[in-house]
Ligand binder design. Structure first.
Ligand code: COI
Length: 361
């Protein structure tokens, strides 16, 4: 098809909106979807005409490669509404680059940048009523690509579907979380797909996370697969450790997701003169810091969770509660981030992205 996406775009509007049925004060994360979805198929080596249509089930064959070999990647982003009703995204350029990196790692075609942004702008504009004003109200944006060839030969698909669905959400976790440090299972390994936002990375965590949940913990902090000594990331978020006033987080590698919230916190903290240490941190150092009182905070950072304080960790059968100071880094960085995201303050980093709703409605 022509590469002029602005003229080659099919729009099917939902005849009625479901918005009136939604209780926006009691949303369970990722269970409610807006009126429309974006869809674009890859066939014969080309992305076909993009379409926005009413949110609905998709009809597919049971032999689809994604069902058998897990060839699927996704992203997580959010749209925010400021007090004047303007709609914003946060660093969507980062997600655009990352979904294509993930796709490449899983032998999938890249989705064109211009199309990615056109799709996001149009879809968010059509469903902008679903983005409510006020702290904590957001629409979570889930772009994803799945392998749609109807064949169970174990090889890369020759057909794909790129979609974007939108879900109004509030918080991901209720309250502070407790975590267990992985001593046996692993999330990723050198040379693997840990840095990609591959669907299977999440499925592989469900069983060990269920075991952790049975013991009363919400998340696992993954360690390196070889020695289980180096602290890497948690299931749905990157992790930060505050020892005295130093803010420590693991360096990005091919085992760790290059999180947008993670790198934004690093930039904000550095701009404020915080001693940010992007380095390997061992479990032994963490346990020692917990024992001598220098461990002040652990928190997770990610698009869905934003900044999520950890109230305790468990290692080798011992629970280590974290006695957080009155003024936490987690609360401070969450405020700095959300102030930028909701357009409440200047954006010195140039991270905010305005959705031009007027242009598309
Ligand atoms: C996100 O933070 O957006 C993620 O993709 C994590 C997800 C599994 C909820």
């Amino acid at each position: 098809m022509s590469t002029d996406i602005s003229t080659n775009f099919v729009i099917e509007k939902a005849p009625t909106s479901r918005i009136g049925d939604v209780d926006f004060d009691n949303l369970s994360f990722g269970t409610v979807f807006t009126d429309h979805m974006f869809e674009c198929d890859y066939v014969n080596g080309e992305w076909q005409t993009p379409i926005i249509r009413p949110y609905q089930p998709i009809m597919v064959h049971p032999a689809l490669k994604v069902f058998h070999y897990g060839q699927a990647v996704f992203e997580g982003m959010k749209a925010y509404k400021d007090d004047d009703g303007q709609v914003w995204m946060f660093r969507p350029d980062q997600n655009q680059v990352r979904i294509n990196k993930s796709a490449k790692r899983l032998a999938m075609p890249e989705f064109p940048k211009e199309w990615f942004f056109e799709a996001l702008n149009r879809l968010l504009s059509m469903d902008s009523e679903w983005i409510k004003k006020g702290e904590g109200n957001v629409v979570y944006i889930r772009p994803f690509i799945i392998a749609t060839q109807n064949e169970i030969l174990a090889s890369p698909s020759n057909q794909y579907k790129f979609m974007i669905i939108l879900s109004p959400v509030r918080s991901y976790f209720r309250g502070d979380v407790s975590v267990v440090i992985a001593e046996h299972y692993s999330r990723s390994a050198d040379g693997g797909v840990g840095a990609a936002k591959a669907a299977g990375n999440y499925a592989g965590q469900f069983y060990p996370t269920n075991l952790a949940k049975e013991q009363g913990y919400q998340q696992v902090i993954w360690t390196d697969a070889n020695t289980h000594q180096f602290l890497e990331e948690a299931g749905t978020m990157n992790v930060f450790f505050r020892i005295n006033d130093a803010l420590i987080t693991a360096p990005i590698s091919d085992r760790i997701l290059d999180g947008v919230t993670r790198k934004s916190i690093i930039d904000i903290a550095q701009s404020e003169g915080v001693d940010v240490q992007v380095r390997k941190l061992t479990v032994t150092e963490l346990v020692n810091a917990a024992n001598d009182g220098s461990l002040k905070e652990i928190f997770g950072a990610g698009t869905a969770v934003v900044v999520s304080p950890v109230k305790s960790f468990s290692y080798n059968g011992v629970d280590y509660p974290i006695d957080q100071p009155e003024h936490t880094y987690s609360a401070h960085f969450k405020k700095r981030l959300t102030d930028i995201q909701y357009n409440r303050v200047e954006d010195p980093f140039g991270w905010r992205y305005k959705v031009d709703v007027e242009k598309f409605v």
